[in-house]
Design a protein around this ligand. Structure first.
Ligand SMILES: Cc1cc2nc3c(=O)[nH]c(=O)nc-3n(C[C@H](O)[C@H](O)[C@H](O)COP(=O)(O)OP(=O)(O)OC[C@H]3O[C@@H](n4cnc5c(N)ncnc54)[C@H](O)[C@@H]3O)c2cc1C
Length: 441
């Protein structure tokens, strides 16, 4: 019987999930890991990202969390405010996240998170990167995987591997080919939402003491209004960048859903979308340079019928794209990678059937958890976007009384939800489940 660590593993996509998966596999001793990425480098949208303790727990084991944490801000609380008036609905203190969960809740730059994971990958001789190279087709799923990649400046190339992991994000070609193969059709769940992502520089905010107070704080602020909200936070230890992410009705993509998912937005349209919000928000949005407004369509899927087929499996946004309202999308993608590495390292053999079973154990361990979080993010968004109604009155009463009842309608901020998510140790979980899941297949 061969050593599973000698198997050739191809990873499609060098995003958060692909980098995390490659690193986790290498740390488990896998010797041949090839990562294919459409982009020519890790050029990332200038955007921030929240990194929850369940992500920190994994990245620490993979040896790159200390640097990422050191470059980011650690969140000590959250202020949820009425968008129209800036009046605080709730202030949730979070001073003890690290003490409670072992890791801080950090806000950082995407390039810091991805860059540090990439640097860690480059130190592993087992990991090879193929940039400017896209997956085109998968022709065999078992016993070996056979697929075609298209390098940007040359002819298509046929590649064989023992395992293919589709970490190719929201528009995953791996998902498309895998579902075609099993005769299933992915069902997109209509979110009706789009997002602007904005980054302000400290020097642009420096003239206004109220804006300076925002960037200098270690708090995440959410301004909520009917069908829309804004979330904002500083993303580096020097407090030099302020990240703003919005959610609003999707008016621009709905008419052409299959064409594009991001577009250059117009500043005047953005200001109009948030015209009912208070002067502080208006002042902030007004600082965005003309031509630097980028709008994203926010997408999610109904749970897929399967994440695996033969020796091919999906991970991250490829199989559970989520609304960002729980700040868990990248965390879940990285957790998927750690889980895959764990199940493959426990494979009792190298036969394709054994590998297929191990990948199924990964799916069994992760699917319910990720589906619940995707649904919770959706529901939390609905609660945040309530218009004048009895439900909104009830929500605002719960915000006011959160200290007494321990539950906050904004699920990202809610201590009970944080406890559930931040204590999640996906590696420990799959280890406790592995034998019974494997035996059940
Ligand atoms: C507005 C917004 C805010 C968010 N905020 C947070 C947050 O605060 N915290 C959090 O944890 N998550 C957040 N997320 C979610 C998070 O960004 C995603 O869930 C995460 O990036 C998913 O990682 P992934 O590796 O699955 O996909 P991606 O990071 O998208 O990576 C996919 C990679 O695959 C490559 N690729 C695509 N097709 C091919 C192909 N055919 N061949 C080869 N390569 C290919 C792409 O170029 C890309 O590099 C947010 C998302 C949005 C939209």
């Amino acid at each position: 019987m061969g050593d599973v660590r000698n198997l050739h593993i191809a990873i499609m996509g060098a995003g958060m999930g692909g980098l995390g998966t490659a690193l986790a596999l290498s740390k488990k001793g896998f010797k041949h890991i090839d990562v294919y990425e459409t982009a020519s480098d890790l050029g990332f949208v200038g955007a921030g990202i929240q990194m929850a303790p369940n992500m920190g727990r994994i990245l620490d084991k993979l040896g790159c969390w200390t640097e990422i944490e050191g470059e980011s801000t650690c969140v000590t609380g959250s202020s949820i405010r009425q968008g129209a008036t800036n009046v605080e609905l709730a202030h949730v203190d979070m001073p003890d996240i690290k003490a409670k969960y072992g890791y801080s809740h950090c806000c950082g730059h995407r390039s810091s998170l991805a860059g540090r994971m990439y640097e860690a990958c480059k130190k592993e001789s087992s990991i090879n990167f193929y940039f400017s190279t896209s997956l085109e087709d998968i022709t065999e799923f078992s016993p070996r995987v056979s697929f075609t990649v298209l390098p940007r400046d040359s002819e298509p190339r046929r590649v064989h591997a023992d395992i293919l992991l589709g970490c190719d994000g929201i528009k995953s070609v791996t998902r498309e080919k895998l579902l075609q193969q099993v005769g299933a059709i992915p069902e997109e769940a209509e979110t009706g939402q789009a997002a602007y992502r904005i980054m302000l520089k400290r020097e642009d905010m420096a003239h206004d003491p109220d804006l300076l107070a925002l960037i200098d704080s270690d708090e995440v602020v959410r301004w909520v209004g009917e069908k829309r909200h804004i979330i904002a936070y500083a993303i580096d230890e020097k407090k030099s960048l302020y990240n703003i992410s919005t959610a609003q009705p999707d008016d621009n993509f709905a008419t052409a859903p299959s064409v594009t998912y991001t577009t250059k937005g117009s500043k005047s349209t953005m200001l109009k979308v948030f015209e009912s919000f208070c002067p502080l928000v208006q002042n902030m949005l007004n600082l965005v340079p003309e031509g630097e407004v980028c709008e994203w369509r926010l997408r999610m899927h109904k749970p897929l019928p399967t994440w695996t087929h033969g020796s091919v499996a999906l991970a991250g946004d490829a199989c559970h794209p989520t609304l960002p309202h729980l700040s868990q999308g990248a965390a879940m993608a990285i957790e998927d990678g750690a889980t895959i590495a764990e199940v493959l390292s426990r494979a009792p053999g190298t036969e394709p059937e054994t590998i297929a079973k191990c990948l199924k154990v990964y799916e069994m361990s992760r699917k319910e958890w990720t589906s619940n979080l995707v649904q919770m993010a959706f529901m939390s968004g609905r609660t945040l976007h309530l218009g004048e109604s009895k439900a909104k009155e009830e929500r605002d009463r719960m915000f006011q009384e959160h200290k007494a009842n321990g539950s906050v309608p904004d699920k990202w901020t809610s201590p009970d939800v944080q406890k559930m998510i931040y204590t999640n140790d996906c590696v420990e979980k799959v280890n406790s489940e592995f034998d019974s899941f494997y035996a059940s297949l």
